[in-house]
Structure formats: structure tokens, C-alpha cells
Design a protein. Structure first.
Lengths: 702, 253
């Protein structure tokens, strides 16, 4: 049979080749850009150096005007120092007399500069008071030279521009180019799946299924329309072979029945072996038409990935710059500190998603998954477009609420779409597809969003999100209109009831897991990643693109570690330990800022937070079923998980609120430390609470 | 060319287009912001000269609204750099007190100017008007209180022409890279997916002979060999059962 990873091996090989091509192309673009930068920026910087030199010269002439001898001027070096501070691209400045002898200088002296000062052409500049300025390259520096003259020539002023300044400018671009490369890799895999893989995977999957069906003796014919590609042609040939068998079978059965009808007595007896053979064959093999519901819907299942990815990407793109954008539209709300007001749109978004999701599930079931997604994506598209045009915080809150409502609708309906098209055998595969699309969007979105925000501005970046949401709308419209429910699809979902919420809230086992692990994990996620990181990075003079890169580190950790930790925790059956270790690592992350507030430390914070969350996230959810068996027996699986998810999402909403309150009292660093310490305490408490307990189900009051 | 191959090549082209496009986009905007900053800081050098003079006068006890020599100084500084279109000094309410353009005195500057000055964390600020850029300095007195603002208006052309010229060159480099990748990537992909295509061809060939009663073809080492074996076996088994039925029917006469 086909190896499970056969296609993925092909994808990775293809992605490798595409990446090599992309790296070469990016290197070419970067090389030519460097040349353009050098060619165009150097003259502009020389012009600027000339303006600065003119200003310094005016100061010197003012001093000589008061009678201070030119070679005895005081504070020239300090002035040069101030010039370097304001213009980091200048690395050397000097004043020479009319013979080219050095009088004052500051900065690292380049090799051969004294010879340059004494060159006749340079000395000639000093002797000509009408000369403006000249530019020359000396060693690794670009020099501009300007005469200093009052009523008579006095000397020359030279300013050296660091030849590497263009490299430094491009180094910043290189970081973004690396981000583009990582995003390209994920896009490649996503596109391989979308443009080729979905059909290929479903075609090969169908081929494998067909082989299995035939091995089990099922030769029933399916009336499917096959794609006109290699796999489609192959399936058509298999269909033809099955059709031929069915024709033969029908013909033989018809002949036998005719003969049986016409036969009597011994002739009928003679036909008995044939009847027996038919019976034996019927007991082993099945012919005829395949029942419609026996046909899987794998092809249509895969089709959800592209619209989901595009839609989630639209929202994720805003993560790295939303708080900074809100900061720009800030209006004073009496009784609220600006820090809390900045967090309001994120809180509101999370709250709407938290409260809406349990009820939108059954709504999407009623109206149809595709229709629910169409409505949700339309609402979100309007929300993104309106956010781009927001006037102030008040209308921004309204537009972000629309985005949240749309997000919740699409998320829930897409989840339902997967549930509807999967059975027990392939539900995990279906959800891997669902989560995969979200994770890839989480890796790509914040970094690309940050880059866009830095370059084209916040409003246009929101417009790009609106376009992405619109693109997802088009992809959703291409989903099958017919709603499907497999025989193993779960029963209609419903939101948790107040009675269940109240009962579970006072349940020790449930609350140990939810209150000490799930909620703190979400609080630190949204508090740190969605609120503190974007704001803190901008506050220390960095860009939204850098915030995006940081959030990308978190997402990459999740993508890499979650599958590993999920399988390890499943294998070890000590999920509580994974949750404990994950929470403690998350809790330690922010404490790193006690050592230093440097940028590298912040990178460490996000890295550790990603690692901690990745270790605990998969185990946490599985622990609910493991630790709350009695509760599940009483209230049902849906209710217990419904309340668990509701609390988790409320944790999402609480994160920015807690972080903003902490910022008011202790500033950004203090907030990082305090929120981490809170999670660390919860992690330790969870470890103590679960240590040595066998978690035998206990009776609960209903 | 197989449709799957075409799809893979399309993926390579789309991804390359995205990556090269993003790189060109980033380089262009980096260039634009760098050139914009260089030009702005050049203009601000001119502004610093005026600011120093204003501060010197304020330290001598003169009122901000009584700096009679300021217009001449502003005029001189304006002519020192062809880039500068005009220099205005305005107060907290946004009213222009001094200007190189007499007609502007007494008028109000756009609210975006005062807003940009208020929002800036340093004494320097910048904003954009329709046809010009504005770079400014908040003028402070000896008590570190802002007494007014100095605004230098300069042409957008310098920055935009430079950015457009660089943009064209970056675009050309990006296009050349993309064309290069569009030629190389399909060739490289063809090499890589050769084995997959061979597997598919083997499968297709085997599928076209599924109903042959002859001996199965020897193993090709393809990933589909086992599956093909199972297919043939299942069909042979079904055909055998049907043959058996046929034989029994024929025997019965």
C-alpha cells in the first residue's frame, strides 16, 4: 500500500527546489538593490554632509569673526562629536590648514587620509573661496571637502561618510528578506497543497481506498466524474475494469435467471452448481452500484483549507500592529487609562469570539456551513475595510467587533465543515488539516503584516487584510453547496448551559485544570503576544515588522513543537507533567526581563513562551477527557468541553486587560514579569495539585 | 506535459513571484524611507541653525513674538539649500508668526502639523502635505517649555523622483530575477518530480493492463507496485469467480 508520507516527501523535495530558486532570486534582487542604493544614496548623503559642513563652517567663521585665531579654535572636536551623534553615517571629520596639515579631527582616521589632505587638487579647494565642495572616495570612506574662508582663505573642512552605511541600511532589509523566505516556504507548502496537493492527495487517497475496497471484494461501481489528469485517468481505468466486471456479472446473472425461468426438472438440477457458484460469489464479492453515502468526501474536505488559511491570515496580519494603530486613534475615555483603552479592541474581539462560538456552532448547522462561512467572511471583510478607514477609537471598536463576529462565524462553520465530512477514521486527519491551515497563517500573518504596516502604513495594511478576507470569500463560494453529514458525524452541537457552567465551576478537578492551566496559558498568550510585545517593541524604538518577527518566533515554535509534544505526551500518558513543565517554562519566560531589557532577552521571552505553550497546549485539552471522566458521564462530552473552551476563550479576553492594568502600575517590563510570575505560580500550584493524585473520578453534585 | 507537472510549476512561479515581489517591495520602501530620512535630516540641519539663533535670543530675554531679525535669518537659511521651499515659525495655536512667505504670516497651519509636533517624542517632527513634506523642530525656552514650532517645507519631488528612479531599477532587477526563476525552476522541478511521474506512468500503464490475464509485469521499484499487485489480484480473483460461474453455466447447457 502507499506509504503515508509518500506525498509529503514529494512536497518537501519540491519545496526544497523552489526554496533554492527563491534564495537565488532573492540574492540577485538584493545584489542589484545594493548597487542601486549605493549609486543613489551616496550622492544624497554627500549633499547632506555638505549641508552639515556648511553649518559647522558657519559656526567656525562666527568664532574667527570674534577674533579667535583659526588654528586655536576651541570645541571643534566636540562639535564634530555632536555631528556624529546626530548623523551616524558620518565616521570622520577634520579641519586642515591651507597646506593640508591636520588641525582638528574626530573619529577613526582612515588610511591614507593625510596624503589625501595634501593632494594639490584638495589644497586648491581651500585656496578658492568661491569653490563649493568636492566629493572623493578615500579608502572605505566617501569624503566631502569644503573651503573655509572669511575675507581670506583659512583652511578646509572634511567630512568622511562610512562606506558601510549602505550595507547597514540593507542589513535591516535583510532581516525582512529572511522573514519573506520563511513565509515563502510555508506558502509553498500551502500552495502545493492547494493547487496540486488537494486533488493529488484526494486522488491517491481514492485510489488507495479503491484498492482496499476491491481487496475486500467490493466491486460496486461509482458514478464519479474523474479529473482529466494522471490520477483521474488512472481512476477512470480502474472504473472501466470494474464496469467490465459488473457487465459480465449482470450478463451472467441475467443468463442464469433466464435459464432458471425456462428450465424445469433435471435441467433445473443441472443449473444448481451455477446457482451455488453465484451464491458463493455473492457472499464474497459485491457488484452493482455503490451506495451514494459510501462515497467519501475527502476532495471536498481538502477544499476548506485554502479559504480558511486566507481568512485566518487576514486576521493574523493585524496582530503585530493593531495595538500601535489603536494608540494612534486613541481618545480619552473618562475613568480608563490609555493602556486599558489600547487593549479594549483586543479584549472585545476575544470576548465576542469566546461568547459567540458556542452558539454559532448550532447556527451554522442550521443555515449551512458554506452559507455561515460566506456570511462570516462578508462581515469580516466589511470590518477590515472599515477598520482601515476608522475615524477614532469608538468606531474602531465597532469595526473590530464585526471582524470578531465574522471570525467566530467562519471558525465555527469551518470546524463544522470538517466534522461533517469526517468519520471516526479520518477525524484526526481532518482536524490536522484545519489546525495546519491556522498554524501556517499564524506563522505568516504577523510578520508579513508588520512589514506591510511599516512600509505602507496601518490603514493600507488593514485594507490588505480586507482584500485577503475578500479572497477567502471567493474561495468559500467555490465550496460545495450541498451540505454533507456522514453517518458518524457528531450529533448537533449546542452551547453550554448555565447549569452546567455553574456545576463545573465548583468542580475541583475541572477547575484545577481550567483555572490553573488553561486560563493562565491563554492569559499569557494574549496578554504578552497580542498586547505587550507589539507595544513594548515599538516603545523601545523598534518597528511593527520586528514585532511581527517576534510573533513569528512564537508561531514557528508552536508549529515545530506541538506535534512532537502531542505524540510524546500521548505515548507517556503523563500529560499533566507536560502541562506543568509547559506552564513553568511559560512562567519563567517573562522573568528573563529581570536580567536585562535588551532585545535579545525579549527574543528569549517569546522563544520560551512559545516552547512552554507548545509543550502544554495539546496535553491540556486531552487532560479534560482524562481527568473529568465522571463529569463527562454526567454532563456529556460536549458540555464539559464546551465549558472548558468557553473558559479558555475568556482567558483570551482577560489577557490584554490584565496586561494593561499591570502596565499602568509597573510599566511594560513590570507587566511582562508580573504576568509571567502569575503563570509560574499557577504552574507550580497545578504541579502540586496533580502530583501523586491518581485522578480517580469522584462523584459530583449535579 | 502532465497536468500535475504544470500545477507544480505554477506553484513555483506563484511563490517566486511572491518572494521576489516582496523583496522588491521591501527594498523600494527601504530606499524611499532612507532617502526621505536623509533629505529630512539635511533640511533639519538648516532648521537647527535657526533654532539656535531663536534660543539665543530667548535666553537674552526677548519675547518669542519680538524676534525682529528672525525673518531675514530665515530668508538667508532658506536660500542656503535649494530644497527648502519655505520656512514658517508658528505658535501653540498653529498661527504663523514668522515666515519666509509674507502672505502666510497670521494664517493657521494645518492641524496635522501641530498634532505631529505634539505626538513626537523628541523635538523633531515631520508630516506630509499634498505637494510638499514638512520637517519641524519644537522650539523650547530655557525652562524646557515649548514656546513655538519651526517648520521647514520642502519639495516632495526630490524624494519622489529619486524613489521612482530607484524603484524602476529595483523593479527591473526583480523582473530579471523572476524571468530567470521562471526558466530555471521548471527545469529543476522536472528533474525532481521525474521519479514521481515515473511512478504515475507505471501506475497508469499497469492500470491499462489490469484486465490482462497475462503474468503481471516485473516489479519496477515504484511506490505503487504493491497497490498494483493488490489491484491485479483482486480483479483476477473476481474474474476467476465469474469464469467459474460461466463454466458452470456452460456445463449446464
Amino acid at each position: 500500500m502507499l506509504e503515508k508520507n509518500y506525498l509529503w516527501r514529494i512536497y518537501w523535495r519540491l519545496a526544497g527546489v523552489i526554496m533554492v530558486c527563491v534564495v537565488v532570486a532573492l540574492a540577485v534582487v538584493s545584489y542589484f538593490s545594493h548597487r542601486v542604493f549605493e549609486r543613489e544614496l551616496v550622492p544624497e548623503t554627500e549633499q547632506k554632509a555638505a549641508t552639515v559642513a556648511a553649518s559647522v563652517r558657519a559656526l567656525m567663521l562666527k568664532a574667527t569673526g570674534y577674533g579667535v585665531p583659526f588654528d586655536k579654535l576651541y570645541g571643534v572636536e566636540q562639535t564634530f562629536g555632536e555631528v556624529f551623534e546626530e548623523n551616524p553615517e558620518f565616521s570622520y571629520a577634520a579641519v586642515t590648514d591651507l597646506d593640508g596639515q591636520l588641525l582638528f579631527a574626530r573619529g577613526k582616521e582612515p588610511d591614507g587620509v593625510r596624503e589625501y589632505f595634501r593632494r594639490p587638487a584638495v589644497v586648491a579647494v581651500g585656496l578658492d573661496p568661491t569653490a563649493t565642495w568636492t566629493a572623493t572616495r578615500v579608502g572605505a570612506q566617501y569624503f566631502i571637502t569644503m573651503p573655509i574662508a572669511s575675507d581670506k582663505p583659512l583652511g578646509m573642512l572634511h567630512i568622511g561618510i562610512d562606506g558601510k552605511f549602505v550595507d547597514n541600511v540593507l542589513l535591516e532589509v535583510m532581516l525582512d528578506v529572511v522573514v519573506v523566505l520563511v513565509v515563502s516556504l510555508f506558502f509553498t507548502l500551502e500552495l502545493l497543497n492547494f493547487m496540486a496537493g488537494a486533488r493529488l492527495a484526494s486522488g491517491l487517497g481514492e485510489f488507495a481506498q479503491q484498492v482496499e475496497r476491491m481487496r475486500s471484494g467490493d466491486f460496486t461501481a461509482t458514478a464519479r466524474i474523474r479529473a482529466n489528469d494522471e490520477i483521474g485517468r488512472l481512476l477512470r481505468r480502474i472504473d472501466a475494469a470494474i464496469d467490465h466486471l459488473n457487465v459480465r456479472y449482470e450478463f451472467l446473472v441475467g443468463e442464469l435467471e433466464d435459464k432458471m425461468r425456462a428450465a424445469a426438472g433435471p435441467r433445473r438440477e443441472a443449473l444448481k452448481p451455477a446457482m451455488g457458484a453465484l451464491e458463493v460469489m455473492r457472499s464474497r464479492l459485491r457488484f452493482g452500484s455503490a451506495p451514494k453515502d459510501a462515497e467519501g468526501d475527502e476532495m471536498n474536505l481538502n477544499r476548506i483549507r485554502a479559504p480558511l488559511f486566507a481568512f485566518i491570515l487576514a486576521e493574523e496580519m493585524t496582530r503585530s500592529y493593531l495595538p500601535t494603530y489603536v494608540n494612534q486613534l486613541l481618545v480619552a475615555i473618562p475613568g480608563f487609562s490609555p493602556q486599558i483603552v489600547i487593549g479594549l479592541p483586543i479584549m472585545l474581539f476575544m470576548l465576542i469570539v469566546a461568547l459567540g462560538q458556542p452558539y454559532l456552532g448550532s447556527w451554522s448547522e442550521r443555515v449551512g456551513r458554506r452559507r455561515a462561512m460566506l456570511i462570516g467572511a462578508s462581515i469580516a471583510t466589511v470590518g477590515f475595510a472599515a477598520t482601515a478607514l476608522a475615524i477614532n477609537l469608538y468606531d474602531l471598536l465597532l469595526w473590530r467587533s464585526l471582524c470578531a463576529l465574522g471570525y467566530a462565524m467562519v471558525f465555527v462553520a469551518a470546524q463544522g465543515y470538517v466534522l461533517d465530512r469526517t468519520g471516526h477514521d479520518n477525524r484526526a486527519q481532518g482536524f490536522a488539516l484545519f489546525i495546519g491551515a491556522i498554524m501556517v497563517a499564524t506563522v505568516c500573518g504577523p510578520s508579513i503584516g508588520g512589514i506591510l504596516a511599516d512600509n505602507i502604513g496601518f490603514r493600507l495594511s488593514f485594507a490588505v487584510s480586507a482584500v485577503m478576507a475578500l479572497a477567502s470569500l471567493l474561495a468559500i463560494a467555490r465550496l460545495p453547496k450541498v451540505e454533507v453529514r456522514t453517518t458518524t458525524s457528531p450529533r448537533p452541537s449546542r452551547g453550554p448551559r448555565m447549569r452546567e457552567i455553574m456545576a463545573l465551576m465548583v468542580n475541583k478537578r475541572f477547575m484545577t485544570l481550567t483555572g490553573l492551566a488553561a486560563v493562565p496559558a491563554k492569559v499569557i498568550l494574549t496578554g504578552v503576544c497580542f498586547y505587550l510585545v507589539p507595544l513594548y517593541i515599538v516603545s523601545i524604538g523598534n518597528t511593527s515588522a520586528m514585532a511581527g518577527r517576534m510573533l513569528m518566533v512564537y508561531a514557528v515554535m508552536m508549529v515545530l513543537i506541538v506535534p512532537l509534544s502531542a505524540s510524546l505526551s500521548d505515548a507517556s500518558m503523563r500529560r499533566d507533567r507536560y502541562v506543568s513543565v509547559g506552564l513553568i517554562i511559560s512562567g519563567l519566560s517573562g522573568l528573563l526581563l529581570l536580567i536585562s531589557d535588551s532585545f535579545l532577552v525579549l527574543f528569549g521571552v517569546v522563544f520560551l513562551l512559545g516552547l512552554g505553550q507548545a509543550l502544554s497546549i495539546a496535553a491540556q485539552s486531552a487532560l479534560v477527557a482524562e481527568h473529568c471522566q465522571e463529569e463527562i458521564r454526567i454532563y456529556g462530552h460536549d458540555a464539559v468541553y464546551g465549558v472548558y473552551r468557553l473558559f479558555e476563550r475568556l482567558g483570551n479576553a482577560l489577557g490584554p486587560l490584565i496586561a494593561s492594568v499591570l502596565v499602568i502600575f509597573w510599566g511594560y517590563q513590570g507587566a511582562f514579569i508580573a504576568i509571567s510570575a502569575l503563570v509560574l505560580v499557577c504552574g507550580i500550584a497545578f504541579t502540586i495539585a496533580t502530583r501523586g493524585l491518581d485522578w480517580q473520578p469522584q462523584p459530583v453534585t449535579q | 506535459m502532465g497536468t500535475i507537472r504544470v500545477r507544480f510549476i505554477l506553484v513555483a512561479l506563484v511563490v517566486s513571484f511572491f518572494a521576489v515581489g516582496m523583496a522588491a517591495f521591501l527594498n523600494y520602501f527601504k530606499y524611499k524611507s532612507t532617502i526621505g530620512n536623509i533629505v529630512k535630516s539635511r533640511v533639519l540641519v538648516v532648521g537647527r541653525g535657526i533654532e539656535n539663533s531663536v534660543q539665543a535670543s530667548l535666553q537674552l530675554g526677548m519675547q518669542f513674538s519680538e524676534l525682529s531679525q528672525l525673518p531675514q535669518l530665515m530668508q538667508r537659511e532658506k536660500s542656503s539649500d535649494r530644497l527648502v521651499r519655505g520656512i514658517d515659525v508658528f505658535d501653540y495655536s498653529g498661527q504663523v508668526i514668522y515666515s519666509t512667505d509674507r502672505a502666510r504670516v497670521g494664517q493657521k497651519v494645518p492641524a496635522t502639523w501641530t498634532l505631529a509636533a505634539e505626538r513626537s517624542k523628541t523635538t523633531e517632527w515631520a508630516t506630509e502635505a499634498t505637494d510638499e513634506y514638512v520637517a519641524g523642530i519644537s522650539v523650547k525656552n530655557a525652562f524646557d517649555l515649548t514656546v513655538g514650532f519651526l517648520a521647514l517645507r520642502y519639495s516632495r519631488d526630490e524624494v519622489e523622483q529619486a524613489a521612482a528612479a530607484a524603484g524602476r531599477k529595483i523593479l527591473l532587477a526583480a523582473l530579471a530575477s523572476f524571468i530567470g526563476i521562471a526558466i530555471v525552476a521548471p527545469l529543476a522541478l522536472i528533474v525532481v518530480i521525474r521519479r514521481f511521474e515515473r511512478d504515475l506512468r507505471t501506475l497508469e500503464a499497469a492500470a491499462s493492463h489490469l484486465e490482462d490475464r497475462a503474468q503481471p509485469p516485473p516489479s519496477t521499484g515504484s511506490a505503487f507496485d504493491t497497490a498494483i499487485g493488490h489491484l491485479r489480484e483482486s480483479l483476477r480473483d473476481a474474474n476467476k469467480s465469474l469464469d467459474d460461474l460461466r463454466a458452470k453455466l456452460d456445463t449446464a447447457g
